[in-house]
Ligand binder design. Structure first.
Ligand code: UD1
Ligand code: MG
Length: 422
């Protein structure tokens, strides 16, 4: 049962430890109604850092043709409605998940009164449902003449939907983590099977001279690459986690960067197919960003809800399909730089070379309220070891700023390499 799973996860952080009995593990719990959302603060920050520059690019800076602009703006309006709907749904869904004993204890508050509050878990399910409704409804409002994109769009939605289902199954059944690494490989199948787009890559200009060709058809290897990318994106979001606001925060930063990248590419290109690919990505990522912001309003420090693997898998899969079908997977991987670093740091434990405990989180000191880095190979612990002990909220902000810096680095890299690389 989920409740036992979560309670155990607080007490036992070692794979070798014997599972303690229920009386040992269940801290004295207090049922508290979920705290009000922090939507005001979240909206203020996202308007300043994202919405204003984003709208400026769409409405003034680039000359985007009217039909495409209309589709993007309708999708943005639907997404805004999705933000408010998710904001309303989360407290309601919280009551239901708590009733079914789907909750977790905040490990980084263990030993304080907040550490014994049952925090509703798996609220990614509310976000995922609103996202799917928006993405399905949007098909009715898209005005581009070519409708071939609908096949891939629906295959992408099938993969996202499958991923939400498997993520929720994981939250409820607590699948062993080595098995959970495989779940995205199943969910990616609808997209792989329906994909009929090109399987070619453009050879970087400096290599054309050596290879003697400008375009290379990878055939099935391209599909294998798509598959691995989907598996990586989903798992890498899920294992860069465990701090209030980090799972959703990283998604919000990456999704914002993806949207700005898409608009810039639509703005500078004159190729209709290229524009359509990036528009496609916008149609998926705008609803992801809006619904995630609503979730962040409840998940920001101190979290009143947990997102669950339902959310981390859903967010990772949505960004992966956007990157695959938008044909910007290399750029996506640079946006994912912190996740790549975290994955590399995690490799010894993921491969079983070093024992991997159930939770690889920092050590919390209830007297000072500060976190100390442990030897577990994660970016979270590396930051604590490098920058010293700090509070959970500061650490999360540091990590999100680092994520944003990596996205800016990616934009700079693209700017420097344009014309020279591709
Ligand atoms: C992944 C990580 C694990 C990390 C966990 C945190 C790997 C291989 N696995 O496991 O090291 O500890 O994510 O999510 O790297 N929690 C908090 N505070 C938060 C978020 C979560 O205390 O801000 C705790 C809660 O008890 C919650 C639980 O983490 O119930 C959720 O863990 P889960 O998502 O099931 O962990 P995994 O994804 O398996
Ligand atoms: Mg998780």
């Amino acid at each position: 049962m989920a409740a036992r799973k979560r309670a155990t996860s607080v007490a036992s952080t070692s794979t070798t430890a014997k599972p303690p009995t229920t009386t040992e593990t269940q801290p004295k719990t207090t049922e508290a109604p979920i705290a009000p959302s922090k939507a005001g603060q979240i909206l203020k920050v996202s308007v300043i850092f994202f919405l204003v520059p984003y709208l400026y690019l769409i409405l003034y800076h680039y000359n985007i043709e009217a039909e495409l602009k209309r589709s993007i703006l309708i999708n943005a309006l639907l997404s805004s409605a999705g933000f408010f709907l998710t904001l309303i749904m989360i407290p309601v869904a919280s009551k239901y998940v708590l009733r079914r004993n789907l909750f977790g204890f905040d490990i980084n508050k263990k030993g304080t009164p907040q550490g014994s509050v049952k925090v509703p878990e798996s609220l990614g399910i509310a976000v995922g449902i609103v996202f799917l409704v928006l993405a399905i409804l949007f098909q009715y409002f898209n005005f581009t003449s070519d409708s071939n994109w609908l096949v891939e769009y629906n295959a992408a939605l099938a993969s996202v939907c499958f991923m939400i289902l498997l993520g929720f199954v994981d939250d409820v059944l607590d699948v062993p983590w080595r098995v959970k690494l495989l779940l995205p490989s199943i969910a990616a199948l609808p997209l792989l099977m329906a994909y009929a787009g090109h399987t070619t890559i453009i050879i970087p200009k400096p290599l054309v001279h050596y290879l003697g060709l400008e375009v290379l058809d990878l055939g099935w290897i391209y599909k294998l690459y798509m598959w691995l990318l989907a598996i990586f994106c989903t798992n890498s979001i899920n294992i860069h986690a465990g701090l209030n606001g980090l799972e959703v925060g990283q998604t919000v930063v990456i999704a914002s960067a993806i949207l700005i990248h898409n608009v810039m590419q639509i703005g500078v290109s004159s190729d209709p197919e290229y524009k359509q690919a990036h528009a496609f990505s916008i149609y998926l990522v705008q609803p992801l960003l809006a619904t995630s912001l609503a979730l962040l309003s409840y998940n920001w420090y101190p979290s009143s809800v947990f997102v669950g693997d339902t959310y981390t898998y859903f967010a990772g899969m949505t960004m992966a399909v956007a990157g695959i079908l938008g044909h910007f997977s290399e750029t996506l991987l640079i946006f994912f730089l912190p996740q790549v670093l975290n994955f590399l740091l995690s490799l010894p434990q993921l491969s079983g070379y070093i024992p991997c405990p159930r939770h690889r989180l920092p050590r919390f000191d209830p007297r000072t309220g500060l976190l100390t880095g442990t030897n577990d190979g994660t970016l979270v612990n590396l930051f604590l070891r490098k920058f010293g002990r700090m509070s959970e909220k500061s650490l999360c902000i540091y990590l999100l700023v680092f994520q944003a810096i990596c996205c800016c680095f990616c934009f700079m890299l693209r700017w420097f390499l344009t014309g020279w690389y591709k």
